[in-house]
Design a binder for this molecule. Structure first.
Ligand code: PXL
Length: 272
């Protein structure tokens, strides 16, 4: 039977991130999607100015209450970018009502990159993401997010060591997350991710790409969510998600007009 995922994140109408990438990717891998949009923005908030934002915090409990009255449940709740701190309690207070028994709560604490919080966010978002990570079955932070969640000082990529990554993983596990997938891990000319379940570390590294793009974190997480629900192992999942990002960058890199996201659609097409 096909699995059902509820994805809670914003709709950035233009810019290839959050729900506009999660939905096509999950659907492609045979997952039924349910969405709870946290806000509607004209674009994402990095690299664009004067973007519009319609906050949907007040609508969220009404949508959830209707689902509960209809006995709607899902196999997984997958959260991403959250722009309003009031939404964390709404999600945490309702997640057990919406998740089937044994269902997965997967948190991508999408809030920061390259040592900095995204422009529209503040420390209350960090606190809220931390609360969600404490209850998660899987969390998928990048190195900057892992530092914000643990209080470990961020250091530039050239200074990041195996020990630094290990400390981040151990501290994130101590927070309460059952499984951690740390992304954007660098080793010389390689980049990738480390999975950690409290005992075993699974490291997958591939060739560092010449350019980085916005939205690749959301694509990475969406592939991971799909693969985990489809029963793939941590190692298979990490290989697939890192290869997917490399392929998407290669599809995009020759087009100078396309710098707001990556052409992940071509990768899905090539996988058919
Ligand atoms: O890709 C993460 C993301 C999602 N949604 C919005 C964003 C960002 C990152 O900046 O601005 C609105």
């Amino acid at each position: 039977m096909s699995k059902k995922v509820l994805s809670i994140q914003d709709i950035s109408c233009y810019g290839q991130c959050s729900l506009t990438v999660a939905l096509p990717i999950l659907s492609h891998y045979g997952i039924e999607t349910v969405i709870l949009p946290s806000a509607i923005l004209s674009t994402h908030t990095c690299g664009f100015t004067n973007f519009t934002c319609l906050d949907l915090t007040n609508e969220m409990p009404k949508i959830i209450d209707h689902w509960i009255s209809e006995h709607i449940t899902v196999d997984c709740i997958y959260t991403g970018y959250i722009g309003d701190r009031k939404q964390f309690d709404i999600i945490l207070n309702n997640k057990h009502k919406l998740l089937k028994e044994g269902g997965l709560f997967i948190v991508d604490p999408a809030m920061a990159d390259n040592g900095k919080l995204y422009p529209a966010l503040d420390e209350f978002i960090v606190l809220g993401m931390k609360k969600m990570c404490m209850e998660a079955d899987y969390i998928i932070p990048n190195v900057t997010e892992a530092c914000l969640l643990t209080g470990i000082d961020y250091v530039e990529p050239e200074k990041q060591t195996t020990e630094f990554y290990h400390n981040l993983l151990v501290e994130l596990y101590r927070l309460g997350a059952k499984n951690i997938i740390l992304t954007g891990v660098i080793d010389g000319d390689s980049i990738g991710a480390i999975g950690f379940d409290g005992i075993t570390r699974t490291t997958v590294l591939k060739e560092l790409q010449p350019k980085s793009y916005h939205g690749t974190g959301d694509i990475f997480s969406s592939v991971i969510v799909a693969d985990l629900l489809n029963g793939k192992s941590m190692r298979e999942t990490l290989h697939h998600a890192t290869d997917f990002i490399i392929d998407a960058i290669n599809e995009t890199i020759d087009d100078d007009t396309h710098n707001y996201g990556v052409k992940f659609e071509q990768v899905l097409k090539n996988e058919e």
